[in-house]
Each structure stands twice: as C-alpha cells, then as structure tokens.
Design a protein around this ligand. Sequence first.
Ligand SMILES: [Zn+2]
Length: 300
Amino acid sequence: MSTPFVTLDLHFLGTPRAIAAYLIPHREGVLLVESGPGSTTEALRRGLEAHGYALEKVTDVLLTHIHLDHAGAAGFLARHGARIHVHPRGAPHMAAPERLLASARRIYGDQMDRLWGEFLPVPEAQLHVPQDEEPIRIGEHTFVPLDTPGHARHHFAYFWPEQGVLFTGDVGGVRLPGVRHMRLPMPPPEFHLEQWRASLQRLRALPARWVVPTHFGPFDDVAWHWNRLEALLDDIEALLTRVMPQEPDEPTMRRLLDQWVAGWNQRDGVDQALHQAYEAANPTWMSAAGVLRYWHKFRT
Ligand SMILES: [Zn+2]
C-alpha cells in the first residue's frame, strides 16, 4: 500500500532512516511535516529536488515540536518563504531561540554544531500558532493539530483525516523500519508519564490507517503500534517504581536503562546495527536524566 506522502530521509550523521521529513504536494506547492535539524539542510534540499521541488516551493512546515532534530531547519525554510506552524508553547522559542539553544548547548556541549548545525529564528510574521484541534488548511488539504504532551509539553501530533494519516512526532514512540521494536524517547525536562498515557489514549481513538513517527517512516500495523507504546509506558513505570526507592544517581540510571533496552532488544531480535540506528535517533543516555527529573518532580 503506498502512502499519500513522500518520506524524505535526512541521513542524520550519515545514518539512514533515523530522521525523516514528510513531503506532501498540494495545489500551490508542497508542505513538509518537520524540517529536520539545521545539519541536514543539504539532504533536505536534495530530497526535495529528487521529487522535482525547489526549496522555494515549500509553502508550509508543520512542526510536531521544537526539539532540534525536528525543528532546527524551520528558520532556514522560513528564509526561503515557508510559513511555520507550531504549538503555542513552542512558538516563542522559534522566534527567539536563544534560551532553547543555551539549554541544548548544556546537554550537547561542543558536539552542538556538529549534531544540529545552524538554528535560524523564524520571523514572527511567518509563524502560525494554532490551538488544539484548530484545523490547518493548506491548499486542498486539512490537518488537525492535537496537543499531545508526555515527551514534550510543546508537542502536536497532526492528523490528516481525509487520508487517515497520523504524524506522531515523538509522542508515538521511536520506531525504525526492520524488526518490530519501539523505544520511548524520555528526555528532560518534560517527559511525563501520565500526560503521555493521556496522549496515547487520544491518538489511539483516531481512525488512523497510518501511524507516522518522525523516527522513522510510516507503519500500518496501527494496533500493534499502540499496544507496544502502552506496554513500554507500563514497563518503564514498573522499572522506576522498583528502582527509585534506592535513589539511583544519573550514571546508575543510565546503566539501568541500558539494561532495560537490552532486554527489549533481545525479546524483539534487534541486532547491533539496528540498535545503533536507534541510538542515533534517540540516545538512551538522554532518557536517564529525563526519568530522574520526572520522578523527583512528580512522584516523590
Ligand atoms: Zn523530541
């Protein structure tokens, strides 16, 4: 079954099928779901050109959230004329990204530029900030933004009702092509288990034929997808309930999460190459800080 959109592989850090942007033609040009990071603008340009489109043809970009791997090139696309759609909590950071970039630099240090490239601000006149469920009309298409916290509070999923396509950003989990497997991206500072469960219920209720995470690609086994996401939320909650009374520090939590991931790898038959691709898309070490922060703030 072919999809009503094109998957552009941005080859993040030379890794295939780690970060996608999705291309949808419409009667006035093309739109993208996600811009990808500032470090992959050349791959984005080549991907567009391979389908016959110059950068200037991109009229609109739907950002699921403002993490650098999803939104880093939005300012670059705005310079080429695109309108940028973003969650109300993310919009101020797209117009003035200094604080966002400072906090990213604290996490990534001197790897910042190599990983993420340049993050240009989006002029306010080119930002569109819809409310939850406020339809976005682009050409002949309509998309419905759904406020879906859990991974980040500035997160929208986008449902495309006429095609039954649901773009899930990161709140639908990280799932790469290959053997059936999924990871939970739980970064600081906004990973939140109960909010994620509520978002899952909301997404699961939609009549989606395709679930489309940014990492990576469309999946049509929708029931499996939601069941696995729920199982991972249950399993991480069980793990945290068990280990947090011992007050693990961050290195200990990294080890515990590495073991947790290794258990799922074994169960699913994930080999080392696929594991490395998952780590490129969603490093496990980042989730250690995320789960500790969540637990200390909301569960103790
Ligand atoms: Zn994210």
